[in-house]
Design a protein around this ligand. Sequence first.
Ligand SMILES: Cc1cc2nc3c(=O)[nH]c(=O)nc-3n(C[C@H](O)[C@H](O)[C@H](O)COP(=O)(O)OP(=O)(O)OC[C@H]3O[C@@H](n4cnc5c(N)ncnc54)[C@H](O)[C@@H]3O)c2cc1C
Ligand SMILES: NC(=O)c1ccc[n+]([C@@H]2O[C@H](COP(=O)([O-])OP(=O)(O)OC[C@H]3O[C@@H](n4cnc5c(N)ncnc54)[C@H](OP(=O)(O)O)[C@@H]3O)[C@@H](O)[C@H]2O)c1
Length: 247
Amino acid sequence: MKDWIEGVVTDNIHWTEFLFSLRIEADVAPFKAGQFTSLALDIGGERIARPYSYLSSPGQQPVEFFFYAATGGVLSNALIKLQAGDRVWLKEHANGFFTLDEVPDARDLWLLGTGTGVAPFYSIARTPEPWQRFENVILVNAVRNGEDLQYLDLIDELRETHGDRFRFQAFVSREKVPGTLSGRIPSALADRSLETAVGLELTPEQSQIMLCGNPGMVADSIELLKQRGFRKNRRRTPGHLTTENYW
Ligand SMILES: Cc1cc2nc3c(=O)[nH]c(=O)nc-3n(C[C@H](O)[C@H](O)[C@H](O)COP(=O)(O)OP(=O)(O)OC[C@H]3O[C@@H](n4cnc5c(N)ncnc54)[C@H](O)[C@@H]3O)c2cc1C
Ligand SMILES: NC(=O)c1ccc[n+]([C@@H]2O[C@H](COP(=O)([O-])OP(=O)(O)OC[C@H]3O[C@@H](n4cnc5c(N)ncnc54)[C@H](OP(=O)(O)O)[C@@H]3O)[C@@H](O)[C@H]2O)c1
């Protein structure tokens, strides 16, 4: 089938019962940080494919993806069982416009993700571009439980490389975890507790915001931010909000 290439799994990292990452050796075409490709497995004689954001940055091998095995989900519950040496289909060419070349310049770049929706932000943050174009980069990951906060080694690496220009804020909604905010991103935008915790103000003049993951988080955040003068970023009418819904 056109554009499908075979990759070989080098690692399946099980972070929790449902959260996992795959590292895959695959000869994919060059992509932009923030883009997604499709992964697929042949299940019951049918090729089952879904889109997944690259967590690895352009040029890195093996390529890496971060998954949640969705309740009853066909593909994610098959991918979680893969082991080193197993084969998986990937679309050779990536897709999508959730990339920095769609984002206008500003002082601060805010990257807001729920669950595995942080994946494209790790890809973006480990390229030079955000650091050439923005003074501050703020990464926010909202998860249900503390154990869902993964890739903390990459957070440490970004802190070491970029110092105070990089800020990370976690939300944990279903238990109390020291050092994290409780609740959800939209309510912390409404009462400005996210800005207080990060130490930077969100303003349409100074901030570009990328939002990724749970469509409810994306919609509720946009609604609140529109009331504060933020607008969706469109090619013909540049704004401040760039989004990717995972379902
Ligand atoms: C552009 C794009 C990029 C994506 N990138 C990723 C990614 O990097 N990592 C990833 O895990 N998923 C990602 N997804 C979601 C992914 O494509 C699948 O929908 C997901 O893996 C479920 O597939 P499934 O066949 O197991 O279940 P399905 O039967 O297709 O879905 C079952 C249900 O699971 C829920 N769900 C779907 N995705 C998630 C998720 N990520 N976290 C929590 N609940 C979810 C939804 O309610 C969905 O209706 C992305 C989706 C899009 C559109
Ligand atoms: N089998 C299982 O036991 C099990 C367990 C967990 C998850 N799952 C599956 O995985 C999916 C959830 O995965 P996930 O936890 O990575 O993602 P998620 O449901 O998107 O939750 C991630 C974070 O987003 C928050 N959120 C949810 N809806 C929001 C909204 N409208 N606005 C703002 N924030 C919102 C959640 O807060 P809240 O906590 O307040 O919702 C949580 O903090 C479910 O669809 C389910 O299929 C299965």
